[in-house]
Design a binder for this molecule. Structure first.
Ligand code: NAD
Ligand code: TYD
Length: 350
C-alpha cells in the first residue's frame, strides 16, 4: 500500500466521521488530516476512538477563509482531497441561504483553487467531491436518477450543492484538475444530527414529544446506511475513473409516514412500550416550502464499474441506529442542549 497524505474535509460531521474512521483504521500507511470548522453539526465526540492515532491529525478551520486554506496547503503536501464539509440541512437553507452559498460554493472553490495552485508536481492527485442526489431535483411517481439526469435543484441547499458540482467539473474541464464526484441518496445511522428526520424522531419518541411530519407524509426518500456510503467512498476513491461521477443509493424507497410508523414500532419494542404508543405522537405539520416529492437512485454504474452494493437491509440498519442512539444518551443530550433548543423552537414553534 503506497503512502498517501489525504485531506478529508468535514470529518467531524455525520458522514465525514464514518469516512475518517474507515480510512484511519483500514489504511495505516495513509495520513489523514481532518479539516473541520466544528459548526453546530461538527462534533469531535464522533471521532473519540481515532483521536491520538499516529496516522490522524485534526485541524480546526474554516474552508471559506481563503488565506487559511492556502496556508494549510502550503504547510501540508496533500496528495488528495475527499471533500465532505458543507452546510447540509434543507430547512436551514430555506431560512439562511447565504450560509449555504458561502460554505458550499465559496468553500469548495477555495479548495479547488488551492489544489490547482499546489498540485503542479508530477504526482498523481485526486479531488473527490461528495455530493447529493438532491441536485437532480424531484421525481414524480416513476423513474430514477442516473448520472445522465439533468441538474434541476429546487432548494437553496441543492442549488448550492449543484453549483459546487459544476465548479468541480469546470476545474476538471478548464484546468485539467483530476476530480471525481459521487451523488448519494439520504443517509442514516449513528452520529446523525437530530435535525434530520430519523434522529429527530428517535429523540422525540424517547422524550414523548410530537413527531412533526411535513404535509401528508407522502414524500419519498431512498435511504442508505451511512457505513455503506463510507464503504462506497473508499471504493470510488481507489477505483473510480478521473472525470467521472457515480450515483450511490440504497434501492430503498420509503414514504416518510411509513418510515415514521416503522421507527415508532421499533422504538416501542426497544423501550418496552405498548405497540402503537409512539405512533400517537405523530403530528402532521405545515409542509416544507418547495418540498421535493421523491428521490430515487439508479446505482447501476457504481455496481457494475466499481462492484459496490449496499450491505444492510433497512430494518436491520434502523435497529442498529436506534440501538446506537439509546446506548449513546450522553451524545444525544449534549447535541440537543444549548443552541439546538432555539433552532427547534424556530423550526417547529414548540
Ligand atoms: P453534516 O452537516 O453532518 O457535517 C458537515 C461538516 O462540515 C460538519 O462537521 C461541519 O462542522 C463541517 N463544516 C461546515 N462548514 C465548514 C467550513 N466552512 N469549513 C470547514 N468545515 C465545515 O453533513 P453530512 O450529512 O455528514 O454530509 C456530508 C457531505 O455529504 C455534505 O457535503 C453533504 O452535502 C453530502 N451528502 C449528505 C447526505 C446525507 O444524507 N446526510 C447525502 C448525500 C450527500
Ligand atoms: P431530511 O432528513 O431533512 O432530509 P432531506 O430533506 O435532505 O431529504 O428530511 C427527510 C424527509 O422527511 C423529507 O421529505 C422532509 C421530511 N421531514 C419531515 O416530515 N419532518 C421533519 O421534521 C423533517 C426534519 C423532515
Amino acid at each position: 500500500m503506497s503512502k498517501k497524505n489525504i485531506l478529508i474535509t468535514g470529518g467531524a460531521g455525520f458522514i465525514g466521521s464514518h469516512v475518517v474512521r474507515l480510512f484511519v483504521n483500514k489504511y495505516p500507511a495513509y495520513h489523514i488530516t481532518n479539516l473541520d470548522k466544528l459548526t453546530y453539526a461538527g462534533n469531535l465526540e464522533n471521532l473519540k476512538d481515532v483521536e491520538g492515532r499516529p496516522n490522524y491529525t485534526f485541524i480546526k478551520g474554516d474552508m471559506v477563509d481563503q488565506a487559511f486554506v492556502d496556508k494549510l496547503f502550503r504547510e501540508n503536501s496533500f496528495d488528495d482531497v475527499i471533500h465532505l464539509a458543507a452546510e447540509s440541512h434543507v430547512d436551514r437553507s430555506i431560512k439562511y441561504p447565504m450560509d449555504f452559498i458561502f460554505t458550499n460554493v465559496i468553500g469548495t472553490v477555495n479548495l479547488l483553487n488551492a489544489c490547482r495552485l499546489h498540485w503542479q508536481d508530477a504526482g498523481e492527485h485526486l479531488f473527490y467531491h461528495i455530493s447529493t442526489d438532491e441536485v437532480f431535483g424531484s421525481l414524480g411517481d416513476e423513474g430514477f436518477f442516473t448520472e445522465m439526469t439533468p441538474y434541476d435543484p429546487q432548494s437553496p441547499y441543492s442549488a448550492s450543492k449543484a453549483s459546487s458540482d459544476h465548479f468541480v467539473r469546470a476545474y476538471h474541464n478548464t484546468y485539467g484538475l483530476p476530480v471525481i464526484l459521487t451523488n448519494c441518496s439520504n443517509n442514516y445511522g449513528p452520529n446523525h444530527f437530530p435535525e434530520k428526520l430519523i434522529p429527530l424522531c428517535i429523540h422525540n419518541i424517547k422524550h414523548n414529544n410530537p413527531l412533526p411530519v411535513y404535509g401528508k407524509g407522502e414524500n419519498i426518500r431512498d435511504w442508505l446506511y451511512v457505513e455503506d456510503h463510507a464503504r462506497a467512498i473508499d471504493m470510488v476513491f481507489h477505483q473510480g475513473e478521473v472525470g467521472e461521477s457515480y450515483n450511490i443509493g440504497g434501492s430503498n424507497e420509503w414514504k416518510n409516514i411509513d418510515l415514521v410508523y416503522l421507527l415508532c414500532d421499533i422504538m416501542d419494542r426497544k423501550l418496552g412500550r405498548e405497540k402503537g404508543d409512539s405512533a400517537r405522537l405523530i403530528t402532521f405539520v405545515k409542509d416544507r416550502a418547495g418540498h421535493d416529492l421523491r428521490y430515487a437512485i439508479d446505482a447501476t454504474k457504481i455496481k457494475s464499474e466499481i462492484g459496490w452494493e449496499p450491505s444492510l437491509q433497512f430494518e436491520e440498519g434502523l435497529e442498529k441506529t436506534v440501538d446506537w442512539y439509546l446506548n449513546n444518551n450522553e451524545w444525544l443530550e449534549n447535541v440537543t442542549s444549548g443552541a439546538y433548543q432555539k433552532y427547534y423552537q424556530d423550526q417547529y414553534g414548540a
